[in-house]
Design a protein around this ligand. Structure first.
Ligand SMILES: Nc1ncnc2c1ncn2[C@@H]1O[C@H](COP(=O)(O)OP(=O)(O)OP(=O)(O)O)[C@@H](O)[C@H]1O
Ligand SMILES: [Mg+2]
Length: 384
């Protein structure tokens, strides 16, 4: 430009919109920015799509959960309905089962023949309900509800008692007792040996699987009650009769759950039981043994609970005093044993009369038929 009056040259005017010279770096940045913009758009669209998908899935999930809750509610209702039906059925089964047992006889008499070493045994099982006793060449036949031959096993005899044991879990009071001449196998059948246990231990085992059981063991020696499980043996116990219920206050009660518990209780009881030898049976039981099992049964599904007692008795041997050559204390024992067995016989007759009255009242059956049937059963039992 022309020099200014002061002789200075004016400063050069800046160029309008100067284009910066493009460097390779700035080219990369703009490319990256463009790419980033594209990526950003794509990402936004993907996120938007994903969010829509998730929303849809959530909706579906919500629907499914709603349906599930509804189904669960219906299922709970059905379960409750089934539970109530089951409860009804269980009560019905219990009632029918026990009615069936009543029809088979509230008092049932089984006969077990003992193994004999004699070449000509005097007792012979003729069929499932009959035995023949051979005496002086003549054969007399006796009928029972069931007869077990001399080769019968402990398992078979126990199987015969199972139906009434089931009744006990249902809340019924049941009694199984072994009655017979000294040496005839009562203790063997009820207690058995360690290797071959009898009804006592087998039923204990069975019931301990089915519910909570309590064990009480008592012996009756010369009309005196003895607690076999007490730590203080010898203390006399009293019998309390209140209306129809008979109890022995103060009797030791032990809870049994495992097989070891059962064996322990039985062993203690067995040790305390009075055993003395007589001429007929070197291991003769001189006292009546009563094992009472209180069973509390509960059905987890129906919630029903019941409480029954199974009383197992191994009676002392009935014997003819002259035959066993008992003298002194043995004679006193024999007299007490025979006296209580006579009382038991009277009780049985009384119960048969009660049952007879009940049947007559409920079924209105012909009196003569029932009477003759009862007398017939009775004669069999008392002659055997
Ligand atoms: N079915 C059997 N199989 C094998 N041995 C038996 C059988 N029954 C009894 N015995 C044996 O016969 C003997 C007498 O039996 P057990 O002691 O059971 O008679 P009991 O009826 O209890 O006599 P008591 O009234 O005098 O006590 C025992 O040695 C016993 O082991
Ligand atoms: Mg015995």
């Amino acid at each position: 430009g022309d020099p200014l009056p002061n002789g200075r040259r004016p400063a050069p005017e800046p160029e309008a919109n100067p284009v910066p010279p493009e460097s390779p770096g700035s080219c990369c940045v703009s490319k990256l920015t463009r790419e980033l913009n594209v990526s950003n758009k794509q990402l936004r669209s993907t996120v938007r799509q994903s969010l829509t998908d998730m929303k849809n899935q959530l909706e579906q999930l919500k629907d499914a959960m709603g349906k599930m809750a509804l189904e669960e509610q219906q299922a709970a209702g059905e379960v409750e309905e089934l539970r109530s039906l089951y409860r009804k059925e269980a009560v019905e089964r219990k009632s029918l089962y026990n009615k069936l047992l009543e029809l088979q006889g509230n008092i049932r008499v089984f006969c077990r023949c003992r193994k004999s070493s004699a070449s000509n045994p005097c007792v012979e099982k003729t069929d499932d309900q009959e035995v023949a006793v051979i005496q002086k060449g003549s054969k007399k036949k006796f009928q029972f509800d069931k007869v077990y031959g001399s080769s019968s096993t402990q398992e078979e005899v126990f199987a015969g008692t199972l139906p009434v044991i089931t009744s006990c879990v249902d809340g019924y009071n049941v009694c199984i007792l072994a009655y017979g001449q000294t040496g005839s196998g009562k203790t063997y059948t009820m207690m058995g040996s360690k290797e071959n246990p009898g009804v006592n231990i087998r039923s204990d085992r069975r019931l301990s699987h089915k519910g909570r059981t309590e064990d009480l063991t008592l012996s009756i020696y010369n009309d005196t009650l003895n607690d076999l499980l007490t730590k203080n043996p010898g203390a006399a116990l009293d019998l309390r009769v209140q209306g129809k219920s008979v109890s022995v206050p103060g009797l030791t009660q032990i809870q049994v759950q495992t097989e070891a518990d059962i064996l322990n209780v039985m062993e203690t009881g067995e040790k305390n039981r009075k055993i003395a030898s007589t001429k007929m049976n070197i291991q003769s039981s001189r006292s009546h043994l009563v094992v009472a099992l209180e069973v509390e049964g509960s059905d987890e599904v129906s919630g029903l609970t019941s409480r029954g007692t199974l009383t197992l008795c191994d009676l002392a041997g009935s014997e003819r005093i002259a035959k066993t050559e008992a003298t002194g204390q043995r004679l006193v024992e024999a007299a007490a044993i025979n006296k209580s067995l006579t009382a038991l016989g009277q009780l049985r007759l009384y119960l048969l009369c009660v049952i007879e009255k009940f049947i007559r009242k409920n079924l209105q059956m012909n009196e003569c038929i029932i009477c003759s049937k009862l007398c017939f059963t009775d004669r069999n039992v008392f002659k055997t």
